[in-house]
Ligand binder design. Structure first.
Ligand code: TYD
Length: 217
């Protein structure tokens, strides 16, 4: 006997605007989030930033388990559940209220990280992990997802003190990169893939132009 996954109704961000940043290790997400935030503030937007896993007291506690090098025996399924648990908390307590107030939310990683890292690279199932995350977030999908795409050997060379996931072999990070490109291919309207080997300024101009074109005035 098999059981299929229930379909979870999707919802979008309105009245705010929800942008997520994705990619492998060391691709420069946090720099780009700060640059975009500054540009958005200049045009009068209220901006809220989050990073995953984290952003609430409980999610920061979960982060310590997920990234701590002492938890080498954490099972893959437990890892997937903990990322979803942390996400449920930050959505309910930070992201949903900010979007309801009309803010632009810039998230450093969101559900596509779980699909890429746990669903595809860990081989737990793309659809299963996506459904888990959609259940955790009551179906909240980003308006726009920016993937910063970079050769993982370059990205990993920027990582100074590797955490539990960054310590995985380069083959894992190569799978993660391919997974993000696959997800972007499936949903070309939601995703913007940016070649992250360009200069910081070139990348930020591309991202700001896209966000501006999608924001209602
Ligand atoms: P962190 O050091 O916070 O961020 P980054 O690598 O983005 O600078 O590490 C977060 C790690 O957790 C990173 O290796 C990606 C991984 N991750 C998942 O495997 N699944 C997820 O759902 C999320 C949000 C992150």
């Amino acid at each position: 006997m098999t059981a299929s996954l229930p379909d979870i109704p999707l919802r979008s961000a309105g009245p705010g605007f929800f942008v997520t940043f994705e990619g492998g290790e060391g691709v420069g997400k946090s720099t780009q989030i700060e640059l975009l935030k500054a540009e958005l503030i200049k045009i009068g937007k209220t901006v809220v930033t989050t990073r995953e896993p984290g952003g609430t007291t409980a999610a920061e506690a979960i982060r310590l388990v997920l990234l701590g090098n002492q938890y080498q025996d954490l099972s893959d399924r437990s890892e997937a559940l903990l990322f979803a648990a942390a996400r449920a908390d930050v959505v309910k307590n930070v992201i949903d209220p900010a979007l309801a107030a009309g803010s632009v939310v810039l998230a450093d990683r969101y559900l596509d990280s779980s699909v890429a890292y746990q669903g595809i690279a860990r081989n737990l199932g793309e659809l299963e992990v996506k459904a888990l995350s959609l259940w955790a977030t009551r179906g909240l999908l980003p308006d726009l997802t920016v993937v910063l795409d970079l050769d993982p050997t370059i990205g990993m060379s920027r990582v100074k003190q590797p955490d539990r996931l960054e310590s995985l072999a380069i083959e894992f990070h190569i799978k993660v990169r391919a997974a993000f490109l696959h997800l972007a291919h499936l949903e070309p309207t939601r995703f913007l893939v940016v070649d992250a080997s360009q200069s910081t300024q070139e990348i930020s101009e591309l991202i700001f132009a896209k966000v501006k074109s999608r924001l209602t005035p």
